[in-house]
Design a protein around this ligand. Structure first.
Ligand SMILES: NC(=O)C1=CN([C@@H]2O[C@H](COP(=O)(O)OP(=O)(O)OC[C@H]3O[C@@H](n4cnc5c(N)ncnc54)[C@H](O)[C@@H]3O)[C@@H](O)[C@H]2O)[C@@H](O)CC1
Ligand SMILES: Nc1ncnc2c1ncn2[C@@H]1O[C@H](COP(=O)(O)OP(=O)(O)O)[C@@H](O)[C@H]1O
Ligand SMILES: [Mg+2]
Length: 282
């Protein structure tokens, strides 16, 4: 197996940029989170709130109409654009100019949404994080992989990874398949798990934060929002992935003494992002 670079505080400080005291929301980055379907608007709520709490100046979501009131009530700081359809996303159009897009949480995989993703990927040139059902749609339509721009970040959990690259018989085989896949499509793979590894061609990073408290619904959706936020703030794609994964894990390490493993939920990741950032300054 390729020797990984460990993502610890020392490595993180090579990537982390302190905020400029003269910054304002107009230059602090605008991220767009695209996702949601009937019954899974919560995934976009979590993702977009995490995105804001990771320092992005502006966050817009693009969701089916049924999520409009939910989103505006749950997170008044987030702006909302809606699809023409009520329960699913069928056509992705937006009149904002984000610096980064996160797509997939709660998206669903119906044919109309598959087509919408295809049309979107054909023309999109904005730095992109792809997660969850957007990855599952790509797995069902592998020709979509050719549409991805270099340095696109994908964030599969093990099952999503298997759908993309096929089964493996050992950790070594999984790694070599992931490295080949990353090289073939020039994409960054955030291989979520315990531990999470990040593959950028031949370079492998291994996270050192996080614990089993993260094994709960929505923590991956939160990670997508965090990485999209950093990407929108002009971090390089690889730095966005590294810093996002590290801070995400750190929130669980910080919260554990209070929540224990059992009562930690995805909202606790979001609630502890501030403390995770502060620990980089100490
Ligand atoms: N509140 C919400 O609205 C939520 C919406 N979600 C959305 O629901 C959709 C489906 O996502 P799911 O990930 O639940 O469904 P998937 O079918 O993609 O993945 C679930 C399968 O993957 C396996 N799996 C997951 N993590 C694994 C690991 N670490 N090791 C081995 N196997 C693992 C599970 O055992 C299960 O078989 C996505 O769009 C997702 O964003 C979920 O994120 C949950 C929360
Ligand atoms: N046992 C564990 N130890 C450390 N991290 C974990 C563990 N289980 C899950 N995680 C992390 O939690 C997140 C789960 O993401 P995902 O499966 O996509 O959740 P969801 O789709 O419900 O949002 C990933 O970042 C993963 O690395
Ligand atoms: Mg997920």
């Amino acid at each position: 197996m390729i020797n990984p670079i460990y993502i610890d505080q020392k490595e993180i400080l090579k990537h982390y940029k302190k905020p400029d005291e003269h910054t304002h929301k107009g230059i602090q980055g605008h991220a767009l989170i695209i996702g949601g379907s009937y019954g899974k608007i919560g995934a976009v709520s979590l993702s977009s709130k995490a995105c804001l709490k990771t320092g992005c100046g502006l966050v817009t979501v693009f969701i089916p109409k049924c999520g409009y009131t939910i989103l505006q009530t749950a997170i008044p700081e987030v702006m909302v654009l809606t699809d023409i359809q009520d329960a699913i996303i069928s056509e992705i159009t937006f009149d904002v100019e984000p610096q980064a897009i996160g797509i997939g949480p709660g998206l669903g995989q119906v044919v109309e949404t598959q087509n919408a993703l295809y049309q979107f990927l054909k023309t999109n040139r904005i730095p992109l994080v792809i997660d969850a059902d957007a990855l599952n749609i790509i797995s069902k339509n592998k020709k979509l992989l050719a549409l991805l721009q270099p340095k696109t970040i994908i964030t599969p959990h093990p099952k999503e990874l298997q759908r993309l690259i096929g089964k493996w018989d050992s950790e070594d085989e999984k790694m070599s398949k992931a490295v080949s896949f990353s090289k073939q499509y020039q994409i960054i793979i955030v291989m979520k798990g315990a531990p999470t590894r990040i593959i950028d061609g031949e370079t492998v990073y291994q996270n050192t934060t996080g614990n089993a408290a993260l094994a709960t619904a929505g923590t991956g959706d939160v990670l997508t929002g965090m990485i999209s936020s950093l990407l929108a703030q002009s971090y390089e794609p690889i730095s966005s992935a590294i810093l996002g994964v590290y801070l995400h894990g750190l929130t669980a390490d910080i919260a554990l003494p209070e929540t224990g493993y059992q009562s930690f939920i995805a909202s606790d990741v979001i609630a502890n992002i501030g403390k995770a950032f502060l620990s980089l300054e100490s």
